[in-house]
Design a protein around this ligand. Sequence first.
Ligand SMILES: [Ca+2]
Ligand SMILES: [Ca+2]
Ligand SMILES: [Ca+2]
Ligand SMILES: [Ca+2]
Length: 202
Amino acid sequence: MVGLWLGASSALQAQTFTVTNLNFPVQNADIGAVDIDKDGDIDLLIAGDNSGRFVQLFKNDGSGNYTLATSPFAAVGLASLDFGDVDGDGNLDVIESGFAASPLAKLYKSNALGEFAEVTPAPFQQIAPTSGFADLNNDGYLDVYVFGNHDIGDSRAKIYFNNKTGGFTESAQFNNFKFIDPLVTVVDYDNDKDLDLFVMAY
Ligand SMILES: [Ca+2]
Ligand SMILES: [Ca+2]
Ligand SMILES: [Ca+2]
Ligand SMILES: [Ca+2]
């Protein structure tokens, strides 16, 4: 179940929280909290499973009230969501991976109105469960990582470098690694001004 714990604080007391229940039965999920419709308030995109696969966009009315909205995103379990402007047009893009009938990794781009459409054919190998955006080669353009489970179709981790013209170039430099249910955090681990990948997996 998904709930929102909303903080309320003052200068004189520690922060306290109240709960707003979204009445959305989901686990093995990921949650994105971004202004997905470009109206100045934070919305929620949630994908995951719980006796079925779910994806749901909750739009904020500006006062912290969230209502269900239609969205083009895929219902997946063991979901992974990330947000960024991968094509540099000033509009938010989404990468989503997870397991539906088969593993998937989808890219969605939005227009100036904040309306999302899936990029087809998918520019990435269809592997799951983990994906995200990061400028991995320091050229100012977001690149993509998609980390799969090697025990499902021998899905290996893939890096896709942004070619700056709307496409991607696959790198096979992680092909020698076998992961199951990888979690990835991108951080400059050694403080040398380039991003590194911190991976936790079986
Ligand atoms: Ca919004
Ligand atoms: Ca964009
Ligand atoms: Ca890059
Ligand atoms: Ca580094």
